[in-house]
Write a protein that binds this ligand. Structure first.
Ligand code: ARG
Length: 451
């Protein structure tokens, strides 16, 4: 493509080191749509005749079909997807093909392709996030009132329900979707026409190109347009954060499935055995999800680092954007799919959950609230209940079986009524609290939104 000024061919090792076709071939459809829109603008400008435009369009569509069918020979010498397609087009149709790169550079071309690709993947990934939310929601509905301990510091805190716990993840994932849809506004901008860095003296209709490609607007600074990778970085962050959420969910499920907790059971088809210990049933999907979150973080940090010291505008370092992007997208899509399927088939062992939640210590805070309602200042109430807790531990007597009136006259005969899980949940009527009615209305709200 650039033989004019060179006396020697590119060294084999340089080709091997610099090629991107082994991974950027997956941009072929976006590259072809971009080229057709570009050619149509050339037609309007009088650079191509109707006949030449038709040859280019048909030629590109034929190449697309061949790539679809796996019948296309990619060449490393041609470095990347852009040159592979352009060169094959010219080989097939001759002179018209040689006009296609007028008023275009691979710099605005690759930015256009990647933006189209990201836009498409945002659709796919938000769809998969939604599927996972639906799995969580369905289980939340089944176990809306299955009481479990809620934890802080992994120490039992206060009672909640499985439904409430699972809906917390539905919330996180909905913020993830919002973030992706917001990022889409910055992805969906057309850089084509920015050329290598300073536009072109041949002015094609950028708005027409943007419209044909479904972009919302055109970029407004040619130098920024071809060196900007913020939209990829932003997505890599959004993917990393989805990874964080999946990883936390995984950790909860790993604990829930342990013999020590025993709250949940994953289906045989979503667990693995041990080659040695016959009794084992391991939550590998959860562990792999947790582990793969490391790659999602790594991909973000890798591109942040590659981009940080670059002078304007395009530098070849930017080619390092694609592998992290593709890897995060592939990793995340599979993780979302397998988790949605696994959660849909999980069962919750409601009796074990209830047993764990029936520890009266979980209602120590409610006992303090009881004293507050009897006009005891909260700090004093906290202290009085603390004394009761200490006594319970010392005398090995459950909190709800102590004679509380011995500790303080503020404890009336009705103090023991506090020790009902149903009462405890029913009393929490404020928005966001695990009152069963609240949980059910949240489930309905999510159903209306997701189904
Ligand atoms: N394969 C290149 C990339 O992904 C395309 C742009 C190359 N531009 C250049 N001036 N060498 O970044």
């Amino acid at each position: 493509m650039w033989k004019g000024r060179f006396a020697k061919a590119t060294a084999d090792l340089v080709q091997e080191f610099g090629e991107s076709i082994s991974y950027d071939w997956r941009l072929y459809k976006h590259d072809i749509s971009g080229s057709i829109a570009h050619a149509r603008a050339q037609l309007k400008e009088g650079i191509l005749t109707e006949k030449e435009f038709a040859e280019i369009e048909d030629g590109l569509r034929a190449i697309e079909k061949d790539i679809d069918a796996g019948d296309f020979q990619f060449s490393t010498e041609l470095e990347d997807i852009h040159m592979n397609i352009e060169s094959e087009l010219t080989r097939r149709i001759g002179p018209a093909g040689a006009k296609l790169h007028t008023a275009r550079s691979r710099n605005d071309q690759v930015a256009t392709d990647t933006r189209l690709y990201c836009r498409e993947e945002i659709e796919t990934i938000t769809g998969l996030v939604r599927q996972l939310q639906i799995s969580l929601l369905t289980q939340a509905e089944t176990y809306a009132d299955a009481i479990i301990p809620g934890y802080t510091h992994l120490q039992r805190g206060q009672p909640v329900t499985v439904g409430h716990h699972l809906l917390a993840y539905v919330e996180m994932l909905s913020r993830d979707t919002e973030r992706l849809l917001d990022a889409k506004k910055r992805v969906n901008v057309c850089p084509l026409g920015s050329g290598a860095l300073a536009g072109s003296t041949i002015n094609l209709d950028r708005h027409q190109i943007a419209k044909e490609l479904g972009f919302e607007r055109v970029t407004t600074n040619s130098m920024d347009a071809i060196s900007d990778r913020d939209y990829i970085l932003e997505l890599l962050f959004d993917f990393a954060l989805i990874g964080t959420h999946l990883s936390r969910l995984s950790e909860d499920l790993i604990l829930w499935c342990s013999s020590e907790f025993g709250f949940a059971t994953l289906s045989d088809s979503h667990t693995t055995g041990s080659s040695l210990m016959p009794q084992k049933k391991n939550p590998d999907v959860c562990e792999i999800t947790r582990g793969k979150t490391g790659r999602l973080y790594g991909n973000l940090v890798s591109l942040l680092t590659a981009a940080k010291g670059l002078p304007l505008t395009y530098n070849r370092d930017l080619q390092e954007d694609k592998e992290p992007l593709f890897d995060s997208i592939d990793t995340l899509k599979l993780a979302l799919k397998v988790n949605a399927e696994m959660i849909a088939e999980m069962t919750v062992n409601t009796e074990t959950c209830l047993k764990a939640a029936s520890d009266p210590m979980l209602l120590a805070t409610d006992l303090a609230d009881y004293l507050v309602k009897n006009s005891v200042p909260f700090r004093q109430a906290h202290d009085l209940v603390g004394q009761a807790v200490a006594l319970s531990i010392q005398e090995k007597t459950p909190l709800d079986q102590l004679d509380l009136s011995k500790i303080s006259e503020h404890y009336g005969a009705d103090a023991k009524d506090v020790f009902s899980l149903q009462t405890a949940l029913a009393a929490r009527t404020n928005p966001g609290a695990p009152n069963i009615e609240n949980i059910k209305s949240e489930i309905q709200r999510w159903k209306d939104q997701l189904l």
